[in-house]
Design a protein around this ligand. Structure first.
Ligand SMILES: Cc1ncc(C[n+]2csc(CCOP(=O)(O)OP(=O)(O)O)c2C)c(N)n1
Ligand code: SF4
Length: 274
């Protein structure tokens, strides 16, 4: 039986990530989910974009494809359609998957290709120096919002669900065990699964937002997390700045590959008749 360590390339450790970064927790949750499902490493592909989290495919002992910033979903779509037997997991940061790559995210969800996207949302562009991204909360400090961020951040799960993703869930690096479950469920659903992992970047976001160290960042994450169920009892004002964790949507919907197979089969029949 495989364990999560079979899915990690431990000879490349320690990782490139800063001490206290949340990426390692998401990496382990994914490796555990792979092991839970006993995925065949030769038939599994991790597709990444660019950014700190974009290094993750280097540490997973499955096939890897390191794409370009914001375009991981486009590469992953091609890989899955060319070889439907593969399990394809797409690893993106919030800058990668939801800001520069936001349009790809909307259309991947709408198209419902059988992929599992894991977006690590650390609320800023980590790799390039902590600039604000499309998920940076209003009022927070980043290298490009030194007086406080003016815009509201995206609710990524609401976006993915509204665009049609059949499985949408949000976890956090403060609850690694739960994150493993969400990734496992996403992988086992057919169609586009979207898992957002709220994470910490102590080096940039934490430092600029007066969290003295990674421990404080994790405490902040825990204190501001609520279950989706629990949040139903609270007012909009009370929900401000909170991370709502759990399953946002789990509703089967016929995936692109199944429909495409049917259309190509009927196109063949039509040609025979003509
Ligand atoms: C097309 C393009 N634009 C910009 C960049 C520069 N760039 C590299 S990583 C990055 C930000 C990464 O942020 P995020 O996706 O949130 O990942 P993190 O580093 O926080 O894990 C940017 C802007 C690039 N490589 N390619
Ligand atoms: S810069 Fe931030 S996201 Fe990147 S490795 Fe360091 S702590 Fe993690």
């Amino acid at each position: 039986m495989r364990t999560y360590r079979d899915y990690l390339v431990e000879k490349r450790f320690p990782t490139i990530w800063c001490g206290g970064c949340g990426n390692g927790i998401v990496l382990k949750a994914i490796a555990l989910a792979f092991a839970d499902l006993g995925l065949d490493r030769k038939k599994t592909v991790a597709v990444s974009g660019i950014g700190c989290w974009g290094w993750a495919d280097d540490y997973l002992n499955v096939n890897g494809f390191h794409g370009t910033h914001g375009r991981a979903l486009a590469f992953a779509t091609g890989i899955k359609l060319a070889n439907p037997e593969l399990t394809v997991v797409v690893l993106m940061g919030d800058g990668d998957g939801a800001t520069i790559g936001g349009n790809h995210l909307i259309h991947a969800a709408r198209r419902n290709v059988d992929l599992t996207a894991v977006v690590v949302n650390n609320l800023n562009y980590g790799m390039t120096g902590g600039q604000y991204s499309g998920t940076t909360p209003q009022g927070s400090y980043t290298s490009t919002s030194p007086y406080g961020h003016v815009e509201d951040g995206f609710d990524l799960c609401a976006l993915a669900a509204a665009a049609g993703a059949p499985y949408v869930a949000r976890g956090s690096v403060a609850e690694g065990g739960k994150l493993r479950e969400l990734v496992r469920t996403g992988l086992s659903r057919k169609g586009f699964s979207f898992v957002e992992a709220i994470s910490v970047c102590p080096t940039h976001f934490g430092r600029r937002n007066k969290k003295k160290n990674p421990t404080e960042m994790f405490r902040w994450l825990r204190e501001n997390a609520l279950s989706i169920e629990g949040a139903k009892r609270l007012s909009e004002e009370e929900l401000k700045g909170k991370f709502l964790l759990g399953t946002v949507r789990d509703r089967p919907s016929e995936d692109y590959g199944t429909r495409y197979g049917r259309v190509t089969a009927s196109a063949g029949e039509m040609e025979e008749l003509s």
